[in-house]
Ligand binder design. Sequence first.
Ligand code: 16G
Ligand code: ZN
Length: 536
Amino acid sequence: RETIVAASRKHDVVPLEGGKYYTYGTAGFRMNSDLLDGITFRVGLLSALRSRKLNGQAIGVMITASHNPAKDNGVKIVDPMGDMLEQEWEVFATGLVNCPSHEVLADTFFKIAEKLKIDLKSPGKIVAGRDTRPSGITLMQSLIDASNATNTSIVDFKVLTTPQLHYLTRCINTEGTPSSYGEVSEVGYYKKLNDAFQRCLRGKRVTGSLTVDCANGVGGPKLKELLKHVDSSKTGLDCKVVNDDVLRPEVLNLDCGADYVKTRQRAPPNPKPQPGDRWCSLDGDADRLMYYWIDPESGFFMFDGDRIATLAASFIADLFRTAGLDEDLRIGVVQTAYANGASTKYIEKHLQLPVVCTPTGVKHLHHAACAFDIGVYFEANGHGTVLFSTEAMQTFAKKEPQSPAQKDALDTLRALGDLINQTVGDAISDMLMVEVILAHKGWSLRDWAVTYSDLPNRLVRVEVGNKDLFQTTDAERKLSHPVGIQDEIDQCVKKYTNARSFARASGTENACRVYAEAQSRSEADELANKVAAIVK
Ligand code: 16G
Ligand code: ZN
């Protein structure tokens, strides 16, 4: 207890004004980095407990604020298999972080251990990484101090993308077992991706060049590392890396990156894509991906998470048919209410695959995707992945092919399962997946663009007094509270063609978000404004 109190004294938590408290949200704790020292220390304490609760398995801690401005940072816990912290533990995180003193903190630490029957003398382990933000260096020290104070071993992997930390966490915990996920090193990650990429291509070649905007974040140096392992003479992959300045912190996510492209619905101004070019953008910690191109006739066209999901689902469904697996295994797609209605219709009607809608936040989508043998999940913002169940992977390996075409399909499916990050959405891995699929289909971006037409849509941010009054049901598609508001929204939506609209409280800001889509641009805009007025 004395050790924890003494260590904690070096890492104060700044109390919030007006009785407010810090909460562990969808992105962990994320805020101005000046406030994070004590919070990160306490997240370290919780990770020490969680590791011991799970028999000494390593717990991951990632220090990042993703697409937020450079002055922010954040800290997030990763469970042993590389997925997000189990929801029941979020309250312990919130509890520890809001303890009013170092003494109460130590007491709470021991109380949690007692309540959960955690043997504090058993070994515990943390694996940690951080993005390129300068504040990450001192925050890593807060984490190390917490692990020392609790006799927990810590492996500091230094600068990593978020998905790399998820990968390494799973690798450490499966090392030497039959379900080993890969070599426990950054190089192991590159080797696994490159090997799977080549196997997926099966002699096909990527055509044309791809420019990757790295948001001036950690994705830049890491992508360049990966490219050293890729034999472009064999694969045809011709990547140009831009916005990869990680030496000037202030340019991180500034006028570039996946979040900029998605929310502004335009390409980064610098460098400027030329008509016909194939581009994609990563976000600040390389877990989101946006593709786009400048159509020589109609201009900027974006392939967001919905487009990537439909591309992946259609490719995998084709492989299933060729491999004769469509009767045995179930493919499903998971989306949120933000998915464009046209993409949902395309998946259900054209691809004939089931779609599940969940609340916003990766943990919800990931969980729902696990219910399928192959679960494709993407948020419209570009975060997503494709989960292959153990049973599916075993089936690909075991099934006796009846023809060379079947063998080919089964081998491609296995390789895809290795290429696509199974722990979390990974922009670099997703990008290679997109390149593989385009190469197999022999598609240009125009071919991909014409698969369906998005319904015009509008997203509005509405300042409200207290966002917590807004509670939703039906995967955030309806408001249950304040009572009566949903009826008003329904009446409004009825007046428009092919329209849909919903309002929800943001999980990351003190505001509500209103989404609307309709047959025409003007209808979508008008509907969004009317619903925003109802919410206000
Ligand atoms: C978080 C979520 C992201 C979601 C976003 C919505 C994770 C790792 N991140 O960043 O998936 O799209 O929140 O933000 O789950 P909002 O609640 O403010 O609309
Ligand atoms: Zn991110």
